[in-house]
Write a protein that binds this ligand. Structure first.
Ligand code: HSE
Length: 336
């Protein structure tokens, strides 16, 4: 049995869902993979709880859900005021899990890699702006840097492009990458106003904390940037053309529907060119997704056309990708 020490950064909807899965499936992971995961620290915006012997995750969930912050847990644990930079240096962990929204996380990701720690992240901006530097550092050191949950939640498009199709040349990807906009557009088709539809998406926990990034196409732009980096070559979000759905009216979506079409926020990813914009797609198209689904149509030279479709948002759905990456990193450590 290999014990793997995990440092969890972020204890919001996704971080707590990670903890719940580790509680519920820890035994299964030990049996299935011979890996025992020990969470040695958890950080939220109130502080860092750190215990080298391993944190009681049920207790952490209870404290967070009762008091809203981990720093209330002073009876059983020390709460530290580390910056993430200090935390990744000080805390002895094998795998750093970043499920925060920290836009500047790339600097402490780099520090963690230099400390020899693997990274699993669902946080998009570090990759959308610093992919080449982060991957360069990870590859130089032979350390896993895994980010399945940044694009299409747990639907395994990153794994597919990074670990399969290795003999293929990707020619083009057309993809719906943002669930909030799909949700809003489909509710508008049913007659709901934009604002009401957005509120429903927020209630379901699929919109970003600040949903303007979803509506303006920035979230989809980050994800399309990451897809370009993986399928073609590193670029940054600054090179991407983005138009969101803010100007789409209920009349437009209903007129499209009357023609047998639906408006969805589509990203087109080709070598050196990434665009995100609302487009009409036929109702029978794989891109005519509903609810919190994402879908990608990928064209390659050998395989031709393939479709990847599945949940693209939601805490549990995101954790599918995060936990899968934690297991991949752990198995690599186990293999030595
Ligand atoms: N806010 C995102 C979406 C989910 O609506 O697709 C997280 O990536």
């Amino acid at each position: 049995m290999r014990e793997v020490k995990v440092s969890l950064f972020g204890f919001g909807n996704v971080g707590r869902a990670v903890a719940r899965v580790l509680v519920e499936k820890g035994r299964l992971f030990r049996e299935r993979y011979g890996v025992s995961l020990k969470v040695v620290s958890i950080a939220d915006t109130s502080g860092v709880v750190w215990l080298p012997e391993g944190i009681d995750l049920r207790g952490a969930l209870l404290i967070k859900e009762t008091f809203g912050r981990l720093s209330s847990w002073t009876n059983d644990y020390e709460v530290y005021n580390f910056t993430p930079e200090e935390a990744v240096r000080e805390i002895d962990a094998d795998v750093i899990v970043d499920v925060t929204n920290d836009r500047n996380a790339h600097s402490w990701h780099l520090t963690a890699l230099r400390e020899g720690r693997a990274i699993v992240t669902s946080n998009k901006p570090p990759l959308a702006f610093h992919y080449a530097e982060l991957m360069g550092e990870a590859e130089k050191r032979g350390i896993p840097y895994l980010f399945e949950a940044t694009v299409m939640a747990g639907t395994p498009i990153i794994g597919l492009l990074r670990e399969n199709l290795l003999g293929d040349t990707v020619e083009r990807i057309e993809v719906v990458l943002n669930a909030t906009t799909t949700f809003i557009l489909s509710r508008m088709e049913m007659g709901l106003e934009f604002e009401g539809a957005l509120r429903q998406a927020q209630k379901l926990g699929i919109a970003e904390r600040d949903p303007s990034g979803d509506i303006l196409g920035i979230d989809a732009g980050y994800k399309a940037t990451i897809l370009h980096c993986v399928a073609f070559e590193p670029i940054t979000f600054n090179e991407v053309n983005v138009k969101g759905i803010a100007e789409i009216t209920r009349g437009e979506v209903q007129r499209a529907r009357a023609k047998g079409k639906t408006i969805r926020l589509i990203a087109t990813v080709e070598r050196g060119e990434v665009t995100v914009r609302p487009m009409e797609v036929p109702l029978g198209s794989p891109l005519a997704v509903e609810s919190h689904e994402n879908a990608a149509v990928i064209w390659t030279d050998l395989l031709g056309k393939m479709v990847v479709k599945g949940a693209g948002a939601g805490p549990k759905e995101t954790v599918s990708g995060v936990v899968s990456d934690i297991m991949k990193a752990s198995l690599k450590l186990k293999a030595g």
